[in-house]
Design a protein around this ligand. Structure first.
Ligand code: LLP
Length: 432
């Protein structure tokens, strides 16, 4: 199986964290997102221990909660001792509702509104990651009005395009996020931040991209950011205490995707940070990482019920399920590949190659094409693997389809983390 928590039981059914997927589908209905909580916790611990080992005790992972945001997730990562990254008022509110300690929140975004900034200040968000000068000035004024000194990081672009990372590409300078080292704007915003008494600049942040398997670009980003810290120390006397190197490690969606050793990637990043700090005679800052996908993607499985199975002679076979782009828009948006299987006959060979379609009124509503699958029949339970990240969090009500529930499984028990939306929920906002 693609992930170690998936297996087969004596009935030939798929099991997720030891629980029968067909029984889960019967209990909760379909479509449903199943999240293996034990696996998420294990992933949190891998990050925590590797970061403590290679970066030191005050370094920690922050869960990039855009990957899967719901109160249950904030409870879980809090218990695991992680901080969090929030990118909107909605994520902040969800974290607050879950009682997540505000001091451990990092608030991101390239275009935070004044309302967002006020909400963050009033809620006592620990650190705001400032994107550009306008935001810096607006935040400084709002913090001064409140008589507080707000901790901030600055978002910096190290000029790395993870796909052509060896060349310091101008492409990444052309980004809506942060300020680039290459243009001199990064240095200018650091100097300005240091002059603002209502803001306390504690460090810098960068994030080079997502679903990246090659570790070299992460190491390069760590090198460039640390060298920049040396420059800032020499020229501006700035002592960086926190260096946030973002998220972005890839996960396996299919058997063709490589396996990444996250702990080893962290070791390599730490090596370069330590070397560059020594060369530049600066203190090693606490390192923060912001994994989203690599904490939750592999822990998620979406269960659907198969409806129509249509063979078009000479073309293809469409297997339609009771979900689709409203619960997983990633194939429609990015052409993302997934692995699927028939959960109630998971031990059988995948002899077919099919297109898995949703039930929306548009032909682009697909979960995937050319997907190997066991012969499917109406009523089968279809499992799509690695859907824990950017599925529920990107779900919509297109065609007025209610969003599926999120179910956590742990130690042979299930917990409903998010209930299924109802048609009533869907009309609840309509006023006329
Ligand atoms: N930190 C920052 C500032 C980010 O922008 C992101 C992701 C992360 C951390 C977490 O990255 P991760 O470890 O999850 O790769 N919707 C897309 C993914 C968008 C990622 C956006 N930023 C998808 O479904 O593939």
């Amino acid at each position: 199986m693609l992930h170690p928590n998936l297996s087969l039981n004596e009935k030939g059914h798929l099991t997720i964290g030891g629980m029968d997927a067909v029984e889960l589908a019967a209990q909760y209905g379909t479509p449903a997102y199943i999240i293996d909580e034990d696996m998420v916790r294990q992933n949190c611990r891998t990050y925590r221990s590797a970061m403590a080992k290679y970066f030191g005790g005050n370094s920690r992972p922050l869960y990039a909660s855009k990957a899967l945001s719901c109160t249950g997730m904030y409870h879980l990562v809090r218990e695991e001792g992680l901080g969090i990254d929030c990118v909107s008022g909605g994520e902040l509110f969800t974290a607050k509702t879950a009682g997540f300690p505000a001091g451990r929140i990092y608030f991101h975004g390239n275009n935070k509104t004044d309302r967002d900034l006020c909400d963050a200040l009033d809620m006592g968000v620990g650190t705001i990651v400032v994107d550009h000068e306008d935001e810096l000035r607006a935040l400084a004024a709002l913090a001064a009005e409140r008589g507080i000194r707000q901790r901030i990081l600055l978002r910096i672009s190290p000029g790395i395009d993870p796909h052509t990372h060896r060349a310091i590409s101008t492409g990444s300078v052309d980004s809506k996020f942060g300020r680039a080292i290459e243009t001199g704007q990064a240095r200018a915003i650091v100097a300005e931040a240091l002059s603002l008494p209502s803001l306390e600049l504690v460090g810098l942040h960068c994030h080079i991209g997502s679903q990246i398997f090659d570790i070299d670009p992460f190491v390069d980003a760590a090198r460039i950011m640390t060298a920049f810290l040396g420059e800032l120390k020499r020229d501006l006397g700035f002592d960086c205490r926190k260096l946030n190197l973002g998220g972005g490690f890839g996960v396996r969606y299919t058997e063709f995707d490589p396996v990444i050793d996250y702990a080893d990637a962290i070791r390599r990043m730490a090596e370069v940070v330590h070397t560059l700090c020594a060369e530049n005679k600066i203190h090693v800052p606490d390192i923060l990482l912001e994994p989203g996908r690599s904490l939750v993607a592999a822990a998620g499985t979406t269960l659907y019920t198969v409806g129509s199975v249509k063979e078009i002679p000479g073309f293809k076979c469409y297997v339609s399920v009771d979900g689709g782009m409203p619960d997983n828009p990633r194939y429609a948006l990015y052409g993302s590949r997934y692995t699927a299987l028939i959960a109630n006959r998971a031990g059988e060979e995948k002899t077919e190659t099919v297109t898995i379609a949703g039930r929306c009124c548009e032909s682009g509503d697909l979960i995937g094409e050319e997907m190997p699958l066991q012969p499917a029949r109406r009523g089968d339970i279809l499992a799509v693997l690695s859907t824990g990240a950017y599925n529920y969090s990107m779900a919509s009500n297109y065609n007025r389809i209610p969003r599926p529930p999120v179910i956590f499984v742990a130690g042979g028990r299930t917990t409903l983390a998010v209930r299924r939306e109802t048609y009533r929920d869907i009309v609840a906002l309509d006023q006329l």
